[in-house]
Design a protein around this ligand. Sequence first.
Ligand code: ADQ
Length: 449
Amino acid sequence: MGRLVVVSNRVPSPREVAQAAGGLTVGLADAIRGQPTLWFGWSGGTHGKEDVAPVPQQTEQAGVTYATIELTSRQHRGFYQGFSNGILWPVCHYRLGLMQYSRNELETYLEVNTLFARCLLPLLRPDDVVWVHDYQLFPLGAALRREGVSAKVGFFLHIPFPPEQLFRALPGADLLLKDLASYDLVGVQTEQDAANMNEALAAVGVSVRARAFPIGINPKSFAREAVRGEKAKENARLIQALNGRALILGVDRLDYSKGIPERIRGFERMLQRFPAHRGRVSFLQVAPVSRGDVPEYKALRRQLDELSGRINGEWAEIDWLPLRYITRGLPRKVLAGVHRHARVGLVTPLRDGMNLVAKEYVAAQDPADPGVLVLSRFAGAAPELGDAILVNPYDPDEIAEALDQALGMGLAERVRRWEALRDAVERVTAASWARDVLAALDGVERRAA
Ligand code: ADQ
């Protein structure tokens, strides 16, 4: 295989790649090790000079060339905040009602994809294999073809793909689907996503077919981190504060797709319906703020501030805090240790491409005394992790019952379920995912541009 060219909206810094422990970066870091690679994307910086064409800034580290461009503030708003996060993200997560469509933003999205293609073009070599990532870049393959690129180009969608009728309610959907025809390979997370996308592609007469490549983590390294993290001083403080109480843990970016308010209501329902747990369990929700400039995210944050305040106000005792809610990120090692200590991992997205947190919770457990995973049936991870307690995240009663079941589960059943989950998490890792996608891309016939 020729040189690998990775394109993603944001390019991690060399330091982030070296220290990566999360899905995309780890998977790619493993895949690109020892292989000449160019990683191209947005630097994260903006400027106000509309009439200046961006020049890629290149740095090199450990055999990887990082090339990034800046966007104008207008492009960043329309392409990233607007079309990608305000329109495509809700639609792909089945939330048509949250879409704030504007044609102007669609146009800026297409413009930035063309800009990406034009800036990448001079850096490409004929035998390169290009791998494009995620919903910000649906049209990039077509834009590259328009610039005359004949290299193999593959695409991977990290988020869900909704049913055909839902996706095609998005103005511009047919255009995006037709652009997918320029890719030699289209990968998605699950068989359901592939079926949805293939129905949508067939409806607009596109012959390329999506295939499922579920993403994984690096379970061995996460397990090692969890063992070390459990001894970190932050964890000693948490354990002391819990004072022997069982810990229920939620870890997510602050995003409406993650079902955080619904989950907190499920926890409250458990306190109402199963009084034996009052005073004996504590729920820790870690949810660092993300996309704070998008209005729906601001609204969600306000909602959670209010909900968490109300629940603690209503249920706390002077010596018991039912809910701890943190909107900052925690260092990865600390987080891994907290996962290990948690009796229940509560992962209840309303819709999720995969959800790596569920896999990380499994990897972090003590094999001799593992905790229980409560998982939404709408996470992409659910088909692989069927030995979790699966719930419908929209039903607070189901969450309450699952929590009660998890908290009361005996050691033998916990071990049996966890061993099956661990096998699943070890079967598909970040590295095997990247290898599988690249092998498939290597194996396909080059499509006509
Ligand atoms: P995300 O929506 O970001 O990813 P997820 O798969 O859970 O969701 O990955 C998040 C990563 O960030 C995990 O490695 C997690 O440990 C870390 N993280 C999350 N919350 C954190 C916190 N509070 N503090 C520190 N770290 C935290 C998108 C898609 C997913 C898909 C991935 C990978 O939305 O569905 O699984 O890409 O393809």
